[in-house]
Design a protein around this ligand. Structure first.
Ligand SMILES: Nc1ncnc2c1ncn2[C@@H]1O[C@H](COP(=O)(O)OP(=O)(O)OP(=O)(O)O)[C@@H](O)[C@H]1O
Ligand SMILES: [Mg+2]
Length: 366
């Protein structure tokens, strides 16, 4: 539905040329919810603006439903208002001098095709009902809460029934509770309308909970693209593992590995550990292993089991409700783990830990 190939865009700044987007390619299927996730300045907004037609790329191609809307090789550039894309901007961009109805009606009055007044009324009502603002048509824009402004921006983006919806951090200005509600509502809405969605965020929970696929961006490039589950559980390198949630890292040396098999053995500070090998490695290679806090299991009574088991001392315990966030010292390594809040633990206690081999994976060669 949306294809981006080798997209490039640089900006001239006072510090020289900034390569904001540096050869980005991806393809989004019809009805798919696809997220660009990455730290501030990695090129997410620039990518979106190029797709919307609000920035002119330096190179690459963009196709919408099989039709090119931008191609550097073919010297083709379809203007923004003819691209059939809905967009919610990072800042919402609601017009303060208009009321809710006028804001939402705007794309129908000045956009791709102009509709007769009665059709506009119907469409705007429908869009406002969809975001549960049916009663707010006459409310002046400045008298809206952050969450309501966000919904007006969303209604305006879907009122012209776009093929593709671009959402640039649409929930970032909301408080935690509303953000959680809107996550579910927004995802429901685009699923119901079967709109292909390109979502931009730097919030990993949003990305993991809403997306069909996630592309992690760094310095204008996509470094890994996969399903939320795969990207979280088997991050490709240290950057991805670190950016998406909390990880424990462990330096190690591969001691046993048969190419083609999934599991190998690595020599670590905790002794030999069975681990998942995600790239071509051979015995003797130095690697970095990662394990999520939730991947580390705690023995019931401090007794050591057999494989991949070691002991550590609890250094800190903090109660965060659904679980205890703890740090445990194992030799010279401090691990983050999470514990059952219904069990009693105390700082200084020695506990037995184990990591199943499929939860400890190589993330980089050293
Ligand atoms: N109009 C511009 N002029 C000069 N530099 C720009 C311009 N727009 C973006 N940049 C630079 O390009 C890079 C990418 O910016 P972009 O806005 O795409 O990042 P982002 O991933 O959306 O970040 P954030 O999460 O903070 O919104 C940054 O280094 C930024 O400073
Ligand atoms: Mg941005």
């Amino acid at each position: 539905m949306l294809t981006v190939r080798n997209l490039r865009k640089a900006f001239a700044t006072d510090k020289g040329l900034v390569q904001a987007v540096d050869g980005v390619s991806f393809e989004i299927q019809r009805g798919e919810f696809y997220t660009l996730l990455g730290p501030s300045g990695c090129g997410k907004t620039t990518t979106l603006q190029c797709i919307a037609g609000l920035e002119t790329p330096d190179d690459g191609e963009i196709a919408l439903a099989g039709d090119l809307v931008y191609s550097r090789p073919k010297r083709l550039l379809v203007p923004a208002h003819r691209r059939n894309i809905g967009m919610v901007f990072q800042s919402y961009a609601i017009w303060p001098h208009m009321n809710v109805f006028q804001n939402v009606a705007f794309p129908l009055q000045y956009g791709r095709r102009r509709l007769p007044k009665q059709r506009i009324d119907e469409r705007v009502r429908k869009a406002l009902n969809m975001v549960q603002l049916g009663e707010y048509g006459n409310r002046p824009a400045p008298f809206l809460s952050g969450g309501q402004q966000q919904r007006v921006a969303l209604a305006r983006a879907i009122v012209d029934e776009p093929k593709v919806l671009l959402l640039d951090e649409p929930l970032s200005n909301l408080d935690a509770k509303l953000r959680e509600e809107m996550r579910v509502e927004l995802r429901d809405l685009v699923t119901r309308l079967n709109i292909t969605t390109l979502y931009v965020t730097h919030d990993q929970i949003e990305a993991l909970s809403m997306s069909d696929r996630i592309a992690v961006m760094r310095d204008g490039n996509i470094v890994q693209e996969s399903t939320p589950r795969e990207i979280y559980l088997t991050p490709k390198d240290k950057f991805v593992a670190d950016f998406l949630g909390k990880s424990n890292f462990l330096e190690a040396r591969i001691s046993e590995y048969t190419p083609g098999s999934k599991l190998g053995t690595a020599e670590t500070e905790f002794g030999p550990l069975q681990c998942t090998v995600t790239f071509d490695a051979k015995p003797g290679d130095r690697v970095l292993l990662a394990v999520r806090p939730a991947g580390i299991q705690v023995g019931p009574n401090g007794a050591a089991g057999d494989r991949n088991t070691f002991r550590g001392q609890l250094e800190s315990i903090s109660f965060v409700g659904d679980f205890l966030e703890c740090q445990v010292q194992v030799g010279s390594v401090r691990l983050r783990i999470i514990l059952d809040p219904y069990r009693e633990f105390r700082v200084g206690q020695t506990i037995a830990l184990s990591i199943p081999g499929d939860r400890l994976a190589t993330v980089a060669k050293l």
